[in-house]
Design a binder for this molecule. Structure first.
Ligand SMILES: Cc1ncc(COP(=O)(O)O)c(C=O)c1O
Length: 450
């Protein structure tokens, strides 16, 4: 870091929460901002540095949410800020749909070089996760000349009408939005804690695969009509549930057998968070198409679709976006890539192991923790009323999130009853220790109400 100032590493609260200035902003927000957003607690962010966020009242929080797994390199990493400043003084926009930009080419080359598999790749840039998914859906149809899709219960792929047709996360996300895309079939996700159908967890992978061949292909859709199967290798919004590697390998093989494209959605798991570049790397699969966004540009809007070159065969004019691959976002992404390459991915793996070594026994220590899981710094803690029946306990999860906020720790829920830890990849042991100690205390309180 070039700045000599002492950067605080742990929370420091100076008012009751929310403080007076934060409260005033929240009240104004409620008058003018879309009420469709879900805010779990009244954090008002004024500035951020590393893993710390400061509110307008001077309270400082430790951020284990990272803007929903976005600020991979921490808030305002000096290298990312410098790259943004330099690029924005040189060229902010030109539109890569009409002209060429070296930065975009160079970043695409780097991105393609770390996506799993040896086949040559091509890259399409958009501005967000949902745009990446929309592009992948169109590309899959274009390339295969087939029009059906398969996706998984619990997965979240975005909120625009195409990607929302794949999303099967929460009914509220679909309610009153009318008919979505036809020809999308959903199938159980191989949840290793609950099983594919809520039973037989040890058969989750086999059951989920059998359902596609034995039910979907026999009763609902001929595989010859399926363009692509979309999957999050680790469900994000669904509760930080990782599909078993043997399932992902089986799925890749099933796709190959039927000429179906395998599309992995690594919008949340992507670029280093899991301790490898991609969650797909843990299963050693080569997807036909990989979608990513969120963390790749440390907070600047950027989404990417990386496909085998033979698959990304659409013609000029078939798809484009005015802002996609914006030079400033690309500069932030290149700086992020440098930082990931030079230590942050290892840090994610190392801190992930450190955290697991501390929380692995929480289901034994805490009555209301049913399961802890994850890879690298993508960690889920699932709350239950009863460890034997696995009855979900969303209210206990919510209680813990609120209690953590009051102690200066920012965390988010995922799925119905899971608490997710997705801190910036720059955190150290001291910060992890603090977060775990805080959660431990909050969970003891929740235990008492079971
Ligand atoms: C796995 C996954 N796919 C797609 C999306 C949609 O991304 P965005 O909100 O940038 O449109 C998300 C967002 O949470 C996600 O987690």
């Amino acid at each position: 870091m070039q700045v000599a100032e002492k950067v605080r590493k742990l929370p420091h609260l100076v008012t009751a929460l929310p403080g007076p200035k934060a409260r005033e902003i929240v009240e104004r927000d409620h008058q003018v901002i879309s009420p469709s957003y879900t805010r779990d607690y009244p954090l008002v962010a004024k500035s951020g540095r590393g893993a710390m966020v400061e509110d307008p009242d001077g309270n400082i929080f430790l951020d284990f949410a990272a803007g929903i797994a976005v600020v991979a390199t921490g808030h305002c990493h000096p290298d990312v800020v410098a790259a943004i400043q330099k690029q924005s003084a040189r060229l902010i926009h030109m539109s890569s749909t009409d002209f060429y930009c070296e930065g975009m080419v160079e970043f695409a080359e780097r991105l393609a070089s770390v996506v799993p598999g040896k086949s040559p790749k091509r890259v399409y840039f958009g501005n967000s996760g949902t745009e990446a998914l929309e592009a992948a859906m169109k590309l899959a149809r274009y390339h295969t000349r087939r029009d059906k899709f398969i996706a998984f219960y619990g997965c979240f792929h975005g909120r625009t009408l195409g990607s929302l047709s794949l999303t099967a996360s929460k009914a509220v996300q679909r309610k009153r939005f009318g008919a979505l895309l036809g020809g999308v079939f959903h199938t159980p996700y191989p949840n290793p804690y609950r099983g594919a159908y809520g039973v037989r967890p040890e058969h989750a992978a086999a059951d989920a695969l059998a359902h596609i061949e034995g039910e979907l292909f026999r009763r609902l859709v001929d595989p010859e009509e399926v363009a692509a199967i979309f999957i999050e290798p680790i469900q994000g919004e669904g509760g930080y549930v990782a599909a078993p590697p043997e399932f992902l390998r089986g799925l890749a093989e099933l796709c190959r057998r039927h000429g179906i494209l395998l599309v992995v959605d690594e919008v949340q798991s992507g670029m280093g968070r899991t301790g490898k570049w991609w969650a797909s790397d843990h299963a050693e699969i080569e997807p036909d198409i990989l979608c990513t966004a969120k963390g790749i540009a440390s907070g600047m809007p950027l989404g990417a679709v990386i496909a085998k070159s033979e698959v990304m065969d659409w013609t000029a004019g078939a798809h484009a976006s005015t802002f996609g691959g914006n030079p400033v976002s690309i500069a932030a992404a290149s700086a992020t890539f440098d930082l990931l390459e030079s230590g942050l991915i290892q840090n994610a793996a190392r801190l992930g192991e450190f955290i697991f070594s501390r929380i692995g026994d929480w289901p034994q220590r805490h009555r209301c923790v049913g399961n802890v899981r994850g890879k690298g710094l993508m960690i889920g803690i699932e709350f239950v009323r009863d460890q034997r029946t696995k009855e979900k306990a969303p209210e206990l999860r919510n209680q813990v999130i609120q209690a953590a906020f009051k102690r200066g720790l920012l965390v988010l829920g995922a799925g119905e009853n899971t608490l997710r830890l997705c801190p910036p990849l720059i955190i150290d042991e001291e910060q992890a220790e603090f977060a775990l100690r805080t959660l431990d205390e909050c969970i003891w309180e929740a235990d008492r109400s079971v």
